[in-house]
Design a protein around this ligand. Structure first.
Ligand code: GDP
Ligand code: GDP
Length: 434
């Protein structure tokens, strides 16, 4: 997994300006969480030969004080949980604010490296003014101008040094998030799996008491279950329960390798389920659809499951190469089937296809149906490789990457899916110039 550098800070300090500078021309992925927070952006950067991911955690737009607190807190919590290094940005043009102090208080509690970055230090007089920020008490403070780029090099040297000095992560255990609407049966499912052994092993220190995970290790299967069971209690405090539970689901999804989306068979798929599904898809997480409470569907006939499954696939289109499992926690039906599907998706998501095999298969597919020419220009793809990142992504090298149509991209994706099992796994396809 690539290390994450997170940029936090109140709105307008220049987070996204720095973000854009760091990722340069590389692609950014914007996650629009409409309403309370503005877009969260992800991208990749390289410095001194080290690759890392950059997250601009977004900012608050408007709302009541409560939601404001929640939004900024969440932003900082996500950074503390996910990042290898946190860039805490403040703005010399407006000077030190109460909100800066509040964020600083939260960040002082983490033992992750935090760098205070004083932005908009565009000239010498601002450099003098910037000294007031030493009062926040961060040992590692950098002064820079995101607009001109001055000072960013030194800061990046420090970021990369932090990343390289970090301890190695322990062995990877699949992280599974069980998400879905209240009452879908998530807790019942987790209880059925863990029974008496439901012991909470990770309580992320000092931050989110209700984001926990439980370890499962039985019958040769080992994984951590990320729990969102605490949602409802906490959500009562907030007016907008749905918003809050979606935010929690997002947090769980972020930590997960595979997301089990639990649906209540009697309710079917609702807009909130689709929203969660799309988030998991955009984050390139593995996905399993578990249709629970199958016992509630009366007068089942031979075609009932097949027709229901058809409906589910239509809802999730175009990404519907998914495991869909009909289960009942109540009647203990197919609980382990969900577990096995989840492990299967995990395996597929981490699979590396050897370049030779990949090219053999894809060359054939491209011979059968070559990329359409563009305004008389021949478009040709030379070869393809799978990128060395946490989820399946493929780079096709070609003469005119900009002239490959979406329909052809879909064709290539389908061929990959036909030949290599990626059921439940979103895959990314890029075209690069060669
Ligand atoms: P965010 O909301 O924190 O992400 O902040 P933005 O990146 O949107 O920046 C807010 C404003 O500050 C924009 O008008 C930027 O052009 C401006 N800005 C960002 N960095 C600098 C800087 O280094 N110097 C100056 N003078 N303005 C900056
Ligand atoms: P959560 O909010 O998603 O954690 O849902 P819970 O696990 O608390 O379950 C909500 C309700 O659905 C409880 O009353 C459960 O007993 C019930 N329930 C869970 N699984 C099933 C099932 O397979 N069939 C039926 N009929 N009820 C279920």
């Amino acid at each position: 997994m690539m290390d994450i550098v997170a940029i936090v800070g109140r709105p307008n300090v220049g987070k996204s300006t720095l973000f854009n500078r760091l990722i340069g021309t590389k692609q950014s992925i914007v996650d629009d969480q409409s309403g309370v927070t503005r877009d969260r952006q992800y991208g990749e950067s390289t410095w001194n030969g080290k690759d890392f991911a950059v997250v601009d955690t977004g900012g608050f737009v408007r709302g009541s004080d409560d939601i404001f607190e929640a939004a900024i807190r969440l932003q900082v919590e996500i950074a503390i949980d996910e990042a290898a290094v946190i860039i805490f940005m403040v703005d010399v043009a407006t000077g030190l604010t109460d909100l800066d102090e509040a964020v600083a208080r939260m960040l002082r509690k983490t033992n992750k490296p935090v760098m205070l970055v004083v932005n908009k230090v565009d000239n010498h007089s601002r450099l003098l003014e910037a000294n007031e920020f030493w009062s926040l008490g961060f040992e590692h403070t950098h002064f820079l101008s995101s607009v001109t780029g001055s000072g960013t090099g030194d800061m990046l040297d420090a970021v990369v040094e932090y990343i390289e000095n970090r301890e190695e992560e322990p062995k990877e255990i699949p992280q599974i998030a069980i998400v879905g609407q209240p009452n879908a049966g998530k807790s019942s499912f987790i209880n059925a799996l863990l029974g008496e052994e439901r012991n909470i092993v990770t309580d992320i220190a000092g931050t989110t008491r209700d984001t926990t995970s439980s370890h499962y290790n039985k019958f040769d299967r080992e994984f951590d279950l990320i729990d969102t069971a605490g949602i409802r209690k906490k959500a009562k405090v907030y007016e907008n329960l749905e918003f809050y539970s979606v935010m929690r689901a997002i947090k769980a999804i972020e930590k997960a390798d595979v997301v089990v989306l639990m649906i209540d068979a009697a309710d079917g798929i609702e807009s909130q389920d689709l929203a969660i599904f799309r988030i998991a898809q955009r984050r390139n997480k593995g996905i399993v659809i578990a249709v629970n409470k199958w016992d509630l569907i009366e007068n089942k006939e031979t075609n009932t499951a097949r027709d229901y499954e058809q409906t589910v696939r239509e809802k999730f289109a175009p990404f519907n190469d998914l495991p869909v499992i009909f289960m009942s926690v109540l009647e203990k039906q197919r609980i382990m089937k969900v577990v096995d599907a989840t492990m299967q998706v995990y395996e597929s998501r981490t699979r590396r296809i050897p370049t030779s095999r990949l090219n053999e298969v894809m060359q054939k597919a491209m011979e059968r149906y070559a990329p359409p020419s563009y305004r008389g220009r021949e478009v040709s793809i030379k070869y393809v490789t799978q990128l060395p990142i946490a989820y399946p992504a493929f780079a096709f090298y070609c003469n005119h990457p900009q002239h490959i149509q979406d329909s052809y991209k879909n064709y290539l994706e389908n061929k990959i899916r036909e030949n290599f099992d990626f059921t439940g796994v979103p895959i990314s396809i890029f075209f690069r110039k060669k």
